[in-house]
Design a protein around this ligand. Sequence first.
Ligand SMILES: Cc1ncc(COP(=O)(O)O)c(C=O)c1O
Length: 391
Amino acid sequence: MGYSFKTFLKHTAKDFYNQSVNPPVVRASTILFKSLNDIRKTQKRHLKDPTGGHFDYGRQGTSTTHALSKILTKLEESYHVFLTPTGFGSVFLAMFSVVRPGDEILVSDPVYSPTRILTQDFFKDFNIKAIFYNPRDLSTLKNNITKKTKLIFVENPGSNTFEFQDLSKIISIAKKNKIFTAMDNTWGTPYFLKPIKLGFDMAIVSATKYYSGHSDVMGGSLAVNKRVFKFVQRAEKISGLRMGPDDAYLIIRGLRTLDTRLDRHEINTKKIASFLNIHKKITVLYPFKKGTKDYKMWKKYYKGSSGLMGLKIKSKNKISIDRFVNSLKLFGYGYSWGGFESLALHQKIKEQGKRKYLNLSKDEHIVRLHIGLEDPKDLINDLKSSLKFIK
Ligand SMILES: Cc1ncc(COP(=O)(O)O)c(C=O)c1O
C-alpha cells in the first residue's frame, strides 16, 4: 500500500483526468469502440485485468466500480475484490463459485440468518449438505470433515451471540484437508482484520454497513486470493451479480472516513458496554472483558472492535424486553447496522433457523444494539431511562 491505511483512504481514487477529488460516476450499458478489432482487444484485456479500465459492456463495470474494486483490493491486501449489489450477494457468490451438487459445507452455527437459510434449506434442492459447527468447540468442525467437504464458511463474530473463533486453527484444518475457506468479515472490516492475509481464500464484507456508513446504499465486496480467483471470476460472469456505479460512488465516499468512524464507534461502544455490564440482568456480548475466551480470541486477531453488540437479558417477562427497546428514544428500530446512527432490535433468534449450539435458556433474550456516532453520554442517559422496563 505504501501509506498507512488512514492516509490511503483519503488519497486514493483521485480523478486526475477531470481534476475532481473523487472519481466521476460513469453510467453505461453500451460502450462504443472505434472498430470491431478494438472490441476484441478490450475483451482480452478485461479478462487479464478485470479492474484495469477495460470493459466492453456495462455488466463488466465502469471506471467507477473499477476504482472501488482497486481500493478494496489494496485495503484487503487480497488478489482481487469482486463487487456485488448487496452483501448477501457476496455470500452467495462465494458459495456458488466453489460448491457443487454432492458437496458438503461446514458453516459456523451462529451465521447471519439468510446465510443459515441458504445453506440449511435452499442448498438441499441442489444436493449440497450443510453441517453446522460449534464456534466454541472446533472439534465439531474437525470431526465433521469428510471427503465431500468443499468449503468452510466462517462468520466472525457470530451473528447476535458474538462468539469469537480461533481463526488460524480453522485455516490450518482447512489447508490440511484441502478445503476452501470463506469468512464473513462485515463486523470487523479489513480496518480491524484482514482475512486473506491470515490465510482465508475468500473474505466478505457487506458494504451496506461500515463501508458506506450512511445507511443509504447497499453493496457487497468479495475479496479473494489467487487460488480461487478463476472460480469466482467464472461464477461472477454467469451470475450477473454486479454493483452499479452510483452505489460504488457512494461507497467510495463513505470509505474516506471508515477509519475515523470505526475509531469513534469503538470508543462509544466500549463506554456503553461498561455501563450496561453493571446491570444484574444483562450479559454484554462484546469483546471487552479481559480474561474471557471471546476477549482472548478477539485480541489474538483484531486491531479493534466495531459498534455492534449483543445483550443477553435474563427475564421471565418477555414482553418487558420489547418495552425496554420500544422506550428507547435515540435508538432507531430497524434492520441493518454500520451507519452513523444507533439502532436496537429484540432478536427472536430461537425462531431464526435451528441453531444447534445456541446457548440460551427459556428466560434469556437477545437485544442487538448498534452504537452510533452520537454523544455516548446521551445514549447512556437514554438507556438509563429505559432499563427500568426490564422486569
Ligand atoms: C454479518 C452480515 N453479513 C452479511 C449481511 C448481508 O448484507 P446486505 O444486507 O448488504 O445484503 C448482513 C446484513 O445484515 C450481515 O449482518
